[in-house]
Design a protein around this ligand. Structure first.
Ligand SMILES: NC(=O)c1ccc[n+]([C@@H]2O[C@H](COP(=O)([O-])OP(=O)(O)OC[C@H]3O[C@@H](n4cnc5c(N)ncnc54)[C@H](OP(=O)(O)O)[C@@H]3O)[C@@H](O)[C@H]2O)c1
Length: 311
């Protein structure tokens, strides 16, 4: 199950171009060789000598040839939003992947999401198909890990990074309710490190992964303003108003924020602790936010020290 250089080969489903994929790709250097299935070219994969299999995971009928010489599968592929049909097709493609892995006995690391409020768990295809796939992996009899990170950060992320750009660009920033709900952002690089550890040594368990500290949402948004040298100015909405605003944006075709993401945030379930499987010092979010603010403005941001952690 190794390449010519004696490195174990990973089948990266979803590829090295997304938020977690980029971090994972860097973490595979120099220990792993990568076979990567996804739709759009990623120049960094070519630079690192990864083998790109262009294609949509939903369309792969026979995964067996792609599993030849593979030591472990890591599945990242998922959409942030889409129709029932879109999720069902991807689920079916990934279900075929698990069946093929059963034939070859290939271990699998499935990247999933942490528990959400009950009505979301059963009410949106994003989650219902995710949970069905998680269950299939869990019951496959294969060595496995299901890794469930909370909100991740890394350069180019579409959550904290977008919030920072919005704070810079707009005169006010929407605040849903009192902002006292918490999040514990986790670096994509830390999640990637854990995934590769599990690809080598699967724990046969579901592992939730939060960052090293939890913060109140409002403390984080205040920090974004401070880093940009602006005074906080919020457009305060009720929790319901926040969900309605996101639903309106969704209907208008915006990908900025989805209603389910606002509901999830408001539920105060996203402040996961770090996983006991992590035995290194995890990256905190503050230096990342500062670096991103400096990149945006092109000038130094104030040194502000750590944010107040909330448990
Ligand atoms: N972002 C977070 O904060 C977060 C938190 C918890 C869990 N997760 C989970 O972590 C995983 C990765 O998330 P991410 O934020 O890195 O996602 P992302 O940036 O959207 O990247 C997903 C990657 O999957 C590939 N992909 C999507 N649909 C595909 C398909 N049908 N066939 C083949 N490849 C496909 C895309 O590459 P191509 O366009 O080249 O196909 C894309 O680069 C997902 O399972 C997500 O649910 C994310």
């Amino acid at each position: 199950m190794t390449d010519l250089a004696g490195r174990p080969r990973i089948l990266l489903v979803g590829g090295g171009g997304g938020l977690l994929g980029r971090a994972l790709l860097e973490s595979t250097v120099p220990g792993w060789s990568v076979r990567s299935v996804h739709r759009h070219p990623v120049s960094r994969e070519a630079e690192l000598g990864a083998e790109w299999i262009p294609g949509d995971a939903a369309d792969v009928r026979d995964w067996a040839p792609l599993l030849e010489g593979v030591s472990a599968i890591v599945n990242l592929a998922w959409y942030r939003w889409g129709s029932e049909r879109k999720f069902r097709r991807l689920f079916e493609g990934l279900d075929r992947l698990v069946r093929a892995a059963q034939e070859s006995g290939t271990p699998i690391v499935q990247v999933s999401v942490p528990p959400a409020p009950a009505h979301l768990e059963t009410g949106i295809p994003y989650l219902t198909y995710k949970r069905r796939l998680d269950a299939i992996v869990r019951q496959s009899g294969l060595p496995y890990a299901i890794v469930r990170p909370t909100m991740m950060f890394a350069p180019g992320d579409v959550l904290l990074g977008v919030m920072l750009r919005s704070v810079r660009r707009f005169p006010v920033f929407p605040m849903f309710g009192d902002g006292a709900y918490r999040i514990s952002p986790v670096a994509a690089a830390d999640v990637a490190r854990l995934i590769l550890r599990f690809a080598k040594d699967p724990p046969n368990a579901t592992v939730d992964v939060g960052g090293p500290a939890a913060y109140r949402y409002r403390d984080l948004t205040d920090r974004l303003y401070e880093l940009l040298g602006k005074r906080p100015r919020y457009w305060t909405l009720s929790p319901k108003g926040g969900v309605r605003l996101a639903a309106l944006l969704e209907r208008l075709g915006s990908t900025l924020l989805y209603a389910y993401e606002v509901e999830w945030l408001l539920s105060d379930t996203l402040a996961l602790p770090p996983s006991p499987s992590v035995d290194w010092t995890m990256e905190r979010v503050e230096p990342y936010l500062r670096a991103e603010a400096e990149r945006l403005t092109g000038r130094p941001s104030p040194e502000l020290g750590p944010l107040r952690a909330q448990g």
